[in-house]
Structures are given as C-alpha cells and as structure tokens.
Design a protein around this ligand. Structure first.
Ligand code: FES
Length: 159
C-alpha cells in the first residue's frame, strides 16, 4: 500500500508492506541513519521517533501507521533552533551521548520540553531512563535535560 505522511516537515510518500516496521522504512527508504534497532523490542529506546509530537518506539510501530502523521527524526530536529538548546544544555554539563543513543536522547528531550518548559526532576529522570545506553550516567543526563529546559525557557522569554 502507498502511504503519505509528513517527515521532518516535508510531505512524503512510500510503498509499504504490512509487515514492515517504521524503523526499517525510515532507515532504508528515506536514508535516516540516526535510527537504529539495537534490541529485539526490549525497550532500549534507541529507535525513538516523534509521532505527532509524542515519543514512540519505531521498532514497534508498523510502517502503515505512519500514514497521515507528522514524523520527526533526529535528522529533522537537527535543522531546528530547538536543537541548539539541547546541544548547549547537554554540552554545558559535559554530557556527550554516543552516536547510537544521542539521536534518541535528543528526541526524547525535545518531546519532554514540548510538553513542559519546567519539567520536574522525575520527568527528567523518566526521559533519561527511556533510552538505555551505557555511554553516560543517568544522573548526568537528568542534569542535562533540566539544564536544557532552563536554556529553552530563557531563550523563549528573550524573544
Ligand atoms: S530498537 Fe530497542 S526499543 Fe526499538
């Protein structure tokens, strides 16, 4: 079946078979290399995408469910000014996620900040814990998420 949807702000169309997963279609048909499937559906979170602003594990999402949705991956987010807040927030507390989990951490942080500019520590903890990777400590990622929120809020208030 042919489906159309918005991908990183652009309208796209693709043929998908019923059994194909979103991760594979986005990776293989659209060349989005930030997406990885590193676990066998055990919740590593590395395959995260934003679907209508919600963080979703793309390895669990049949590709046909992308139809008519608004999809963002790290490649698209990297082109937005919001990405600068995340780079600054993480960098300022010395957190540099690895290339495998970094894209998903960026999207998870962005999803949280679209819900609230003043996340609680628990919300930041949940966001940090939603991506499983040993490259950086959870405590430091929590600090990075909270710092990013302060940077985002300050930037928006300065506009
Ligand atoms: S690849 Fe691990 S949860 Fe999707």
């Amino acid at each position: 079946m042919t489906i159309s949807f918005y991908l990183n702000g652009q309208p796209v169309e693709v043929d998908v078979l019923p059994h194909r997963r979103s991760t594979d279609v986005l990776h293989e048909e659209f060349g989005l290399r930030s997406l990885h499937r590193t676990c066998q559906n055990q919740g590593c979170g590395i395959c995260l995408i934003l679907l209508d602003e919600q963080p979703v594990l793309s390895c669990l999402l049949p590709a046909f469910e992308l139809r008519d949705r608004d999809i963002w991956t790290a490649e698209g987010l990297a082109l937005l000014k919001e990405f600068g807040d995340i780079v600054e927030g993480f960098g300022s507390v010395g957190v540099r996620p690895c290339p495998i989990c970094g894209p998903a951490r960026t999207l998870a942080t962005e999803a949280l900040l679209r819900r609230t500019l003043r996340p609680t520590r628990q919300q930041a903890k949940d966001t940090a814990a939603s991506i499983r990777c040993d490259c950086c400590s959870e405590a430091r990622v929590i600090s990075a998420v909270l710092k990013t929120a302060r940077i985002r809020e300050a930037r928006l208030h300065a506009q």
